[in-house]
Write a protein that binds this ligand. Structure first.
Ligand SMILES: [Zn+2]
Length: 115
């Protein structure tokens, strides 16, 4: 999963998580807006493997904008087998770049009944 934290004076003020499921990218947000948060419980249609990184960067940037975090202050960390590494950019785990999994999630998303 991709996890974004908004920090203010070292204190975590919001956390948003995106995870890829069989019918889309699920977003979970924990923030001061509580139930009123429009980003929480959202399901996004995943882009193709070539565009998925751009899509996630956009979601991260939108999250940053909500908390007045300028793009250049966005930092990235990778967690590999429990250890945390600083990273220059977003590096998606392989599951996010699996064309078959993404195609299946697009189909799954399109089957979700719309209100
Ligand atoms: Zn929120």
């Amino acid at each position: 999963m991709i996890r974004a934290f908004a920090l203010h004076k070292e204190r975590e003020i919001a956390t948003r998580i995106w995870h890829l499921e069989g019918d889309g990218i699920y977003a979970d947000c924990r923030c001061e807006k509580g139930q009123a948060c429009r980003a929480d419980n959202m399901i996004h249609r995943p882009a193709d493997a070539s565009r998925i990184e751009t899509q996630l960067l956009r979601l991260i940037r939108e999250f940053g904008e909500e908390y007045d975090v300028p793009e250049k202050k966005i930092g990235y960390l990778r967690m590999i087998t429990g250890r945390v590494y600083e990273s220059q950019k977003l590096s998606l785990p392989p599951i996010w770049k699996d064309p078959e999994k993404l195609a299946a999630a697009q189909i799954g998303f399109d089957k979700i009944p719309r209100r």
